[in-house]
Ligand binder design. Structure first.
Ligand code: AP5
Length: 226
């Protein structure tokens, strides 16, 4: 299955994709996580994209598309992928369709997690991330057991550089201009499902699971096993 998680900054795409990947044995392609890791390693790619992430701007399409093209060839992607934070522009969405159709695949479902602008600010401002394993926390809604320490690996929790309020507002503006039109793109292909992202993490997860199970059933009824 090829699943896209859409939604504004902080909607919960990363939180949900990690749980879904485990449950359905899917590979996650999170362009944001990959860029942050490359910046941390100070790689050539990291150096190229750093300024965009820190300013809350989109990395140019050609860089993102090249990256996804190279990852999607990995054998583990043939079992299915959850895309988190990609596509972000119509051009990226069209390119993804092309890439998948080249290997006789397609996007099965685009899940749009909806939250208000006020929630966007609250979710991102209070987010903390483990510097070691990348586990994401929220100081109010999903706090670590010990302040500033990851429950899982004991790593230090930090605030993302783009989680400062002025950058969050810029990311939201960029989302409205470039990424929101993708909702219409998938709606026209009849694969868009809207999810109420304001519920707690478990409730959002259950809503998404219901949608996926329904889609799996439908796919199976069209392609019954031999
Ligand atoms: P990216 O990392 O993709 O950032 P984003 O889309 O802004 O999304 P976030 O990671 O901020 O939020 P999320 O929806 O994953 O929420 P999370 O689960 O963490 O991209 C960063 C940058 O990289 C971009 O600005 C751009 O520069 C670049 N980039 C990346 N992809 C690109 C692309 N394709 N094209 C061009 N540029 C690209 O949750 C947020 C917080 O809320 C957490 O604290 C969490 O614990 C909490 N939370 C989650 N769910 C709930 C809930 N239901 N209730 C309460 N709290 C919750």
């Amino acid at each position: 299955m090829y699943i896209i998680l859409l939604g504004p900054p902080g909607a919960g795409k990363g939180t949900q994709s990690r749980r879904l990947a485990q449950e359905y044995n899917l590979k996650i392609i999170s362009t944001g996580d990959i860029f942050r890791e490359e910046i941390r390693k100070e790689s050539e790619l990291g150096k190229k994209v750093k300024k965009y992430l820190e300013a809350g701007l989109l990395v140019p399409d050609h860089i993102v598309i090249e990256l996804v093209k190279s990852i999607i060839r990995y054998p583990e992607c043939s079992l299915g992928v959850i895309f988190d934070g990609f596509p972000r522009t119509i051009k990226q969405a069209e390119e993804l369709d092309r890439l998948l159709s080249n290997c006789n695949r397609k996007v099965d479902i685009a899940i749009n997690i909806e939250i208000s602008d006020e929630d966007v600010i609250k979710r991102n401002t209070y987010r903390r991330v483990c510097i070691n394993c990348g586990r994401v926390y929220h100081l109010i809604f999903d706090p670590p057991k010990t302040s500033d320490i990851c429950d899982f690996c004991g790593g230090k929790l930090i605030q993302r550089k783009d989680d400062k309020e002025d950058v969050i507002r810029k990311r939201l503006e960029v989302y409205r201009q470039w990424t929101r039109p993708i909702i219409q793109y998938y709606s026209e292909k009849s694969i868009l499902v809207n999810i109420d992202g304001t519920k707690n993490i478990d409730e959002v997860y259950n809503q998404i699971k219901t949608v996926i199970e329904k889609r799996v059933k439908k796919l199976r009824s069209h392609n019954p096993p031999d």
